[in-house]
Write a protein that binds this ligand. Sequence first.
Ligand code: ADP
Length: 423
Amino acid sequence: MTSFLLGYSITLGMLLSLSGYLIWMLRHLYRFERWLQNPVLSDAPESRGLWGRIFDRIYLLQKKEKAARKTLHQVIKRAQDSTNTLTDGVVILDEHGLLEWWNRTAAKLLNLRTQDRGLMLTHLLRDPAFKQYFESETYQIPLVLTAHNKPLEFHVTQFGKNERLLLIRDISHLQQLEKVRTDFVANVSHELRTPLTVLKGYVETFLQIDHTLHPTLKRGLAQMQEQTQRMEALITDLLLLSKLESSPPVRTATSIGLTSLLTRVMAEAKAIYPHKEHSFELSVDARIQLLGHEEELHSAFSNMLINAVKYTQTHGHIQLQALVHEQEVWVEVIDNGPGIDPSYTPRLTERFFRGDPNRTQQISGTGLGLAIVKHILIRHEATLEIISRPGQGSCFRCRFPQQSFELLQTASTKYPTALAPQE
Ligand code: ADP
């Protein structure tokens, strides 16, 4: 009996202490769970033993995480504050082109408001040129366009998972400087014209009365005449370039029949260096009507053809042709002249760049011809391609896109017309 009572009280005691332990555990678990719902550091539960150690660990982890969050927040705030002081606009777009974040300048330049976050940028900036640039995913060259009455330069860079960073620059002051420069060049060129005409007139008059002139004087005057002619060509080219730069893009385009235009260009070029005895070939697809400014296009084709005549050695062969190639019209000047060193080709359309100094010392020129051609083509949304190899001749190709021409479909002009080679 006694042993039964002893066994019973031991079991009861064990049961009681087990229940007590269980209640203690559940209470701590409950406190822990309550605290996790709102883990304010100052309210962290405390205890002794195992739970005490667990609470201390979690408390430390929370404290560390809070400090890390604070540092991160400070870093982000500093980055945002510094980008907000930038004079350039910065916009971050996600992989779908949706607006994620922008700085103060971008908000001002593009009229962005807080509620625009998450919208497509191309829906807010509804310029077809921008849409095309943005969707092209080739961003090497920045895009310049007028948005909200300001000339803006847009430059996109990709990062992360096709996310994009858009930099926007207000280039009003650059355009203003450029205008001052072109106005200056135009004014100087214009002012030089009158004194030059007087000088040229006198030199020509003196040279005409050659029987009375001393040979040394005559030689000097002949050189003066050559140099005044050079200066005159330079001034004419500079004035043309300034005019092209300052006039608005060719919008009111007229339809120009290429056959008559290129026939005229060829006739004029042939008359320039008759002693070179080149053979010429003209071939035009008579359906082609270019949409643009006739005198500008005349000047561009003429510059290229005169170059071919000028740089090709005597008895050369010079071709002028216009053809339809896939979706484009190509106007090409091809010669079998000396060709161009590939290292010079990319720079040929720069102002005053004349390529090989040995060659250009003997052949006069201003170095402005191809710059004029490039400008005229840009104004017609066309591009210039130069294909050349030293010793194998050159091909200067003007590529006109679909919107710059139309094709006549009448029976008489439906097929390419090749004009017979003209001698
Ligand atoms: P310019 O002829 O007055 O020097 P351009 O701008 O018209 O200036 O041409 C730039 C340079 O390109 C020329 O100086 C010449 O070196 C080169 N070039 C142009 N056309 C040809 C051509 N058909 N063959 C060889 N070189 C050429």
